[in-house]
Design a binder for this molecule. Sequence first.
Ligand code: CA
Length: 200
Amino acid sequence: MASEITYAEVKFQNTSTAAVVKVPPETKKHERHPQKYPPWLPWLISLLLLLVCIALVTVLLEEGWTCCPKGWKRFQGSCYYLSGDAMSWAASEQNCTGMGSHLVVINSKAEQDFLSKEVKKPSRGENHYIGLSAQDMGQWHWVDQTPFNVSAAFWREGEPSNPDHEKCVVIHRTSGALNNWNHVQCNSHNRICEAAAVIV
Ligand code: CA
């Protein structure tokens, strides 16, 4: 008697399982039937979306989604700090280093032009140290070891002149629009620090 009851229960479970398994294939046939778009369309849409994303990222990078600390000026890939106070050239370089930067290294005419215009603004001091100095007269070198290029130097008229004790270089505010470098004593002037702008 006990074995007959067990057989009846197993049969009932098999029947219900079979009923569940049969349903999905019929449903799938109905879903596949009305295919209104070509199979490659999803791929095309994905590709287009990817291209749009790449274009957006490229534009943002080229436009310079960069930022500078408050009070610093941005130009191309750099940030510039023009000080309101004056100190020696060595202390100026130390001060810039302490802010994660260095005394400005002028690499191009565009950079020189930008800085000249900044220095000439009414609120600025007269002379601003740049990162160019000489241990021996005529042996000019940049603080970041960029080779000194005579053809990309912006000396004011008559400079560099001879005094042996003037081994540091400033942008001179009242000199020409572009050619305004003057070599001076290293004792006390304003300064321009330069740091790489941060890409956000
Ligand atoms: Ca530079």
